[in-house]
Write a protein that binds this ligand. Structure first.
Ligand SMILES: [Zn+2]
Length: 341
């Protein structure tokens, strides 16, 4: 059995969530199979806006996929999931006002009378629950900016993409069981995810499989409920919500060293420019260097690195390497490191 690794908390966990969700969103926007759905998003949002008038807000489309999943027969037997997802509908629509929320539900019903919209919402739900982020935000994602001054413990949550549910975790939750906080299921799940791919610790070990499995599922469920009730508590040590996020994300190899963080952002921006804007690496590097400095063992002496730098090739090579790491992470939809290259 693998040794337990320490659970992350505080800034390192915030960074893990931030980076993983950034990779997951790019994994969605660069997937050719999803392209047609993302292209239809603005029209869907317009139609929702026409129906809702001043009750429209930018998270209404999020509420639509949640509402769709809430009504999906495949989740009917997952009481806990249904309860949590409905709370999210209320959060993203108009949960504070019953009347306004009825207006949302009416607009949803009207818009989904059109089979094309209904299919689109269903597909966006499927993508979101597979990648653990909101596919409904993919159309606006390209416009996001990354001021480095916000990548700090205090502000990073403001620019972090919201975490959605993850089907892999949901599949392991049996809602008919009562809650318990006595086992280390999330930790074991995390260890297994970091080790063998596709392994499911909830179904491994011991001759008494049923008891083991029940306790672990209970623990995971408790963690998930705790996270939904108070997401911010997930960053505090020894809270159930903290265990949920650690189970959810690939949290190994996250260091809160400024150099590493800015290089990861550099890699993300290189990916945006070369993949989304089809720029060549050299001009992309020069453009990003105006705002972020690539960090190397032997630091570049220029405040903005360009061809006048005597070490220009080394600076560009470093950027290239971080682009490869970003590309790898985006392909996997989760953080990868130089060791994975
Ligand atoms: Zn340089």
């Amino acid at each position: 059995m693998k040794k337990n690794k320490a659970l992350l908390h505080g800034y390192r966990l915030k960074l893990a969530v931030f980076l993983n969700n950034e990779y997951a969103m790019r994994s969605i926007i660069s997937n050719d199979e999803y392209k047609t759905y993302i292209e239809q998003l603005p029209a869907l949002k317009n139609e929702l806006q026409e129906n809702l008038g001043k009750l429209y807000n930018t998270s209404i489309a999020d509420a639509c996929i949640e509402y769709h999943l809430y009504h999906s027969p495949e989740y009917y037997d997952m009481d806990i999931f249904c309860d949590m997802i409905y709370k999210r509908v209320l959060k993203h629509a108009h949960g504070h006002s019953i009347n306004d929320n009825i207006e949302f539900e009416n607009a949803y019903d009207l818009v989904t009378l059109n089979a094309k919209n209904k299919d689109l919402i269903s597909k966006l739900s499927e993508i979101s629950i597979k990648h653990g982020v909101y596919a409904t935000r993919a159309d606006a994602f390209g416009k996001k900016t990354y001021p480095l001054e916000l990548i700090n413990e205090e502000n990073i949550e403001k620019i972090t993409e919201e975490t959605f549910f993850n089907i892999n975790i949901l599949n392991e939750i049996n809602p008919t069981l009562t809650h318990s906080t006595t086992d280390s299921a999330p930790q074991q799940l995390k260890n297994a995810r970091e080790g063998e791919q596709n392994s499911t610790p909830l179904f491994t070990e011991t001759h008494n499989k049923n008891i083991e499995r029940e306790i672990r599922i209970n623990k995971l469920t408790t963690s998930m409920v705790a996270y939904e009730q108070q997401p911010s508590s997930a960053f505090t040590t020894n809270t159930a919500a903290n265990q949920y996020l650690n189970a959810f994300y690939n949290t190994n190899n996250i260091k809160d060293i400024h150099k590493e963080i800015s290089n990861k952002i550099f890699g993300l921006l290189m990916w945006d420019m070369t993949t989304l804007k089809k720029m060549k690496q050299k001009p992309a590097f020069k453009e990003i260097s105006k705002n972020i400095k690539i960090a190397r063992k032997k630091p570049c002496v220029h405040s903005t690195c360009n061809e006048e730098c005597s070490d220009f090739e080394s600076c560009l090579n470093a950027a290239s390497r971080h682009l490869r790491i970003a590309r790898n992470s985006i392909k996997a939809g989760t953080l990868k490191t130089a060791k994975d290259l």
